[in-house]
Design a protein around this ligand. Structure first.
Ligand SMILES: Cc1cc2nc3c(=O)[nH]c(=O)nc-3n(C[C@H](O)[C@H](O)[C@H](O)COP(=O)(O)O)c2cc1C
Length: 375
């Protein structure tokens, strides 16, 4: 494959978009600071990473001099809240250049939560906040690296699958689950636009349904153009199908990872593996209940039913493989079909539960019943 060589000295300022597009994906820090006059500032920074462990430090880089940088240097304090997928729109909105005396919390409608050890507030809607004191700042040309010591970390308990930082039955640390954190990552320009359109479509379709949703609303919410929607997806129907396919892939990944984890833990019994995958699937139905409800409501674009049927058949085949059903055995075939249908229906019911505990109870009951039928 031929390569193109770039000399940063010759590229000049274009090195910025090039590096931005190839150093990917990057997590995004939602940096909150408080000005010396008491204005709470909030801005996303994707030049962000862990900088060290002992002391525990994180860093973000300000390209040019911005309010976040000025405040962090003046007060010596900042908070990094984790940027998550559901908050994409607000995150982008806080990346706008508001005047220094305007708080992005108020302008964009993000909820403040008091920090424990520092003055700048956390973002209440974010599942993770790292409260930091300035450790070091480093000027690099017109950029400044801000290195902060993490003096306190606050993490929502519901992102842990068990006792936070405890041990599971195999002695592994119970850490936040990526599927629950739903972190947003900077993926270069094209992928960011695609992700923004999908996130906007998710909200609009969930509220209005496929037929009533308008392309204009989706692009307005995504901060994108109609042209880019057609460029990325081809139209409204394809956008809906992409949302469905992405959702299915996440569900499959959840189930596959649970089965793998069970296997790693020494489980060999096909039914137990099936139940492990099914539990993860049902948990996903609850976590992504907005989408599960949307697809359950029906009324997708023409051809959607065919797509779902194809998916369903693939799912049945995977379950047959997992349960090692002998395809010549009619009763084994029927069992796989029954179990897959029960799981699909249970997924629908879990997604419409009132709250998480009732969704978990229902999932547990269904899995116990399946164990009895198939056991
Ligand atoms: C996803 C995203 C990532 C960003 N990353 C950075 C960054 O790493 N460094 C930076 O200086 N600006 C970054 N920006 C732009 C700033 O957020 C933007 O300039 C903001 O207006 C700065 O606000 P402030 O003046 O209140 O600090 C990013 C914007 C977005 C939307």
């Amino acid at each position: 494959m031929p390569r193109r060589d770039f000399d940063p000295a010759e590229l000049g300022p274009q090195i910025y978009p090039l590096l931005n597009s190839v150093v990917v994906p990057r997590p995004i820090a939602w940096v909150s600071t408080t000005s010396p006059t008491g204005v709470d500032n909030l801005a996303p920074h994707s030049f962000f990473t862990i900088a060290g462990i002992d002391p525990a430090v994180v860093q973000f880089t300000s390209v040019g001099e911005k309010d976040s940088l000025r405040n962090a240097l003046a007060t010596g304090e900042f908070v990094v809240s984790l940027c998550t997928e559901p908050m994409l729109e607000q995150i982008n909105a806080t990346g706008t250049d508001y005047p220094a005396d305007t708080s992005e919390f108020d302008a964009v409608g993000v909820t403040r939560e008091p920090s424990l050890r520092v003055a700048p507030p956390r973002v209440a809607e974010s599942p993770v906040a790292l409260e930091c004191r300035l450790h070091l700042s480093l000027e690099l040309g017109d950029c400044t690296v801000v290195i902060g010591r993490v003096v306190h970390a606050a993490v929502n308990t519901d992102v842990f699958d068990g006792e936070p930082m405890g041990r599971d039955k195999d002695g592994h640390l119970i850490l936040p689950e990526i599927s629950r954190l739903k972190p947003l990552a900077r993926l270069g320009r094209a992928a960011t636009t695609r992700a923004a359109l999908l996130a906007a479509a998710r909200e609009i379709f969930a509220v209005s349904g496929f037929a009533e949703a308008s392309i204009a609303d989706v692009v307005a919410r995504a901060g994108a153009s109609v042209g880019s929607l057609y460029h990325h997806f081809g139209g409204k129907a394809e956008l809906y199908l992409a949302l469905f396919e992405d959702y299915q892939e996440r569900q499959e990944a959840r189930a596959a990872s649970a089965v793998k984890q069970a296997r790693t833990a020494g489980e060999r019994e096909p039914l137990a593996l099936f139940l492990a995958g099914s539990r993860a699937y049902l948990e996903g139905c609850w976590v992504e209940r907005d989408l599960a409800r949307l697809f359950l409501a029906g009324g997708g674009p023409p051809g959607f039913e065919l797509v779902t049927r194809r998916r369903y058949r693939a799912w049945t085949r995977r379950n047959a493989a997992l349960l090692s059903a002998d395809t010549d055995d009619v009763s084994a075939d029927a069992l796989v079909l029954v179990l897959t249908t029960v799981m699909s229906e249970a997924g629908h019911e879990v997604a419409v539960c009132e709250d998480e505990p009732s969704s978990q109870r229902l999932a547990t009951d269904v899995l116990a019943l399946i164990a009895r039928i198939a056991g």
